[in-house]
Design a protein around this ligand. Sequence first.
Ligand code: BG6
Ligand code: MG
Length: 221
Amino acid sequence: MSHSSEIQACIFDLDGVIVDTANFHYKAWKRLANELGFDLLPEQNEKMKGISRMESLDMLLEMGNIEATRKEKKQLADMKNNWYRDYISEMQPQDILPGVLDFLEELTEAHILVAIGSASKNAPTIVRQVQIGRYLDALIDGSKVTKGKPNPEVFLKAAEEMGMEPADCVVFEDARSGIEAAKNGGMRAIGVGSEQMLHQADMVIPGLDHINLEKLRTLEK
Ligand code: BG6
Ligand code: MG
């Protein structure tokens, strides 16, 4: 494998890796499904992780066997996004997941560059609210990409903005589509979540409180 080069940059997915917003996305989609007369189960939601707003809506409507015009889709997506924005509006630095800040500090001290690569158009709002902007060398969000994960565009753009090659980067992801995106882009990938769900990753950890620089470096061997 081409996986022996030195790690010079880490690219983090945001929702479900840095903050627990994956849960807010689920809550908002479930609420929309309920309004439309059906339920959204956790395993159905799992497939929607990492997927853009409109693509997620299409998946949801398919699950509920519902047809909608473009105009209706726009209205439904706006409804979901308004609920979601309501949920995230109260977020604060305390909502950063365990281990994240320590690891970001460690990376900064080691001169390893840090980026966010997120499918969410709300990513800049969340970054502002939890105040992690000072750690970031690049922030690529859903408004800067045209192709969703598993297409690697979001991570390739992050690498490019940092002046890095894909082989220099490691991606942290909680979504299967995100691990695939990293691999499709020629990057190493660390899954954040369950081993079973994210087995395509080079390493799986339950959360960023289970990683440090020394463990990260084991991917260089
Ligand atoms: C991803 C989430 O980070 O962003 C998805 O994993 C979400 O669940 C996607 O649909 C788009 O988010 P937003 O905030 O632009 O609707
Ligand atoms: Mg995620």
